[in-house]
Design a protein around this ligand. Structure first.
Ligand code: HEM
Length: 415
């Protein structure tokens, strides 16, 4: 094969289980542009980092041909405004600051610190469920039975979705996430797409009702704080609150599922680290950081565009061109990380690109870290004799949000 088909080979589902040799090939051409009108792929660590901090690179969806995943019909057939992940400063900054003051308000401890016990409780319940299903040994699917239900339950608690509504909420989210599957995404007539559109309307209407309730009767939850907007930037409009809630949901769901699943897969492939985590819960902190470098759930950022011509490594990327920032390739750049193909939670100075960088650096990072640390530590502690039943496991199709669709494990029991 020639270089000209490299990006196609990377997006080909056949490469999903191990795209890293292709990324190595990609880094040999620091700015790869294969076809007229196609994307410019940037794959070296320092170039990616510089572009993430460059104000000439835009995240604004309206500059791009295809719209974002989190677009959602609002009440009465309206379309929600773009969420802040797809806006540039200063609009981005105002909305992110308001969201931030609802996430970690300055006048009290960070909301996420207060959720530690709650997260451990949810993980404990999911593991208890596995324990009864796998009593005396058996097979579990770590995705369906653990990693998938966990983050959506967490987002419900964060936003303040009442417990009795969680199953309905999770039902809509399942259908919406299934609709993001690249296999059917561009076919509006596909049943999965029709179902996803309907679920988006239902979720939008449900959230609009909840926003209305919280503005009348605020509670101690993030939705109430978003509606009240106590900071110097004031409040968001109802539509802005709705798009922010959906953003948290979409951005925080499959990413976290994949971090936990990629995490367990990696630990089972490197059992000495699983053993160490079982003995020492504090090891969960560097393990999760190294996972974000070694197997990042967001492999590339495909929706950046240049607002003016820019030069990278002697290549002029023209105004309006689409840029792919290949985070997972940058994370294994030998110019930045020694022995980059080695899973080594003890590596010093692990400033990976797993959460991006610059103004759009992951807003939910403190929550994602805590979720993954608790989930992996508890899995290490409570699964008895876990082993991979299929290696590599089957993967989801997306080259952007990469992770196993299922992770079948054999266990002797669940403690
Ligand atoms: C942004 C990764 C979990 C909310 C991002 C970006 C990355 C990322 C790479 C940068 C996007 C860009 O530059 O265009 C991840 C990973 C996660 C995770 C790997 C889990 C392991 C979460 C969670 C939440 C969240 C749990 C919310 C509760 C957001 C939001 C943004 C974002 C709101 C947009 C920030 C902005 O535009 O200013 N995330 N994320 N993420 N993430 Fe996460």
């Amino acid at each position: 094969m020639t270089d000209s088909s490299l990006l196609r080979r990377i997006t080909d589902p056949a490469s999903r289980a191990d795209p890293y040799p292709l990324y190595e090939e990609l880094r040999r051409t620091p700015v790869l542009h294969e076809e007229e009108g196609g994307a410019y792929a940037v794959s070296r660590y320092h170039d990616i980092l510089a572009l993430l901090h460059d104000p000439r690179i835009s995240s604004d969806d309206r500059r791009l041909a295809d719209r974002g995943d989190d677009e959602l019909p609002g009440p009465e057939g309206t379309v929600l405004p773009p969420s802040f992940i797809r806006l540039d400063p200063p609009e981005h900054d105002r909305l992110r600051r308001i969201a931030n003051s609802a996430f970690g308000p300055p006048h009290r401890p960070h909301r996420i610190d207060g959720m530690r016990g709650e997260l451990a409780g949810i993980v404990g319940e999911l593991l208890d469920g596995l324990a009864s299903a796998a009593a005396g040994g058996g097979e579990i699917d770590l995705v369906d039975e653990f990693a998938y239900p966990f983050p959506v339950t967490v987002i419900c608690r964060l936003l303040g979705v009442p417990r009795e509504d969680e199953p309905r909420f999770r039902g809509w989210v399942d259908v919406i996430v299934a609709g993001l599957d690249p296999e059917t995404r561009h076919d509006p007539a596909a049943p999965a797409q029709r179902a996803a559109r309907q679920a988006r309307v239902q979720l939008g209407m449900y959230l609009a009702g909840l926003v209305e309730e919280r503005s009348r009767e605020p509670r101690d939850d993030m939705l109430s704080d978003l509606v009240a907007g106590r900071g110097p930037d004031g409040a968001m409009s109802t539509m802005e609150v709705l798009s922010t809630a959906v953003l948290l949901l979409i951005a925080g769901h499959e990413t976290t599922v994949n971090l936990i699943t990629n995490g367990m897969l990696t630990l089972l492939r490197h059992p000495e680290h699983l053993e160490r985590l079982r003995e020492d819960a504090a090891y969960g902190v560097p393990v999760v950081e190294e996972l974000l470098r070694y197997e990042p759930p967001v492999q590339l950022l495909p929706s950046r565009t240049c607002i003016t011509d820019i030069e990278v490594h002697g290549v002029t990327i023209p105004e309006g061109a689409r840029i792919w920032l290949m985070l997972a390739a940058g994370n294994r750049d030998p110019e930045r990380f020694a022995d980059p193909g080695r899973f080594d939670p003890d590596r010093p100075d692990n400033e990976h690109l797993g959460f991006g960088s610059g103004v759009h650096i992951c807003f939910g990072a403190p929550l994602a870290r805590l979720e993954a640390q608790i989930a992996l530590t508890e899995l290490a502690r409570r699964l008895d004799g876990p082993r991979l039943l299929q290696d590599p496991p089957p993967y989801r199709l997306s080259p952007v949000l990469r992770g196993p669709r299922h992770l079948p494990l054999g266990v002797d029991g669940v403690r």
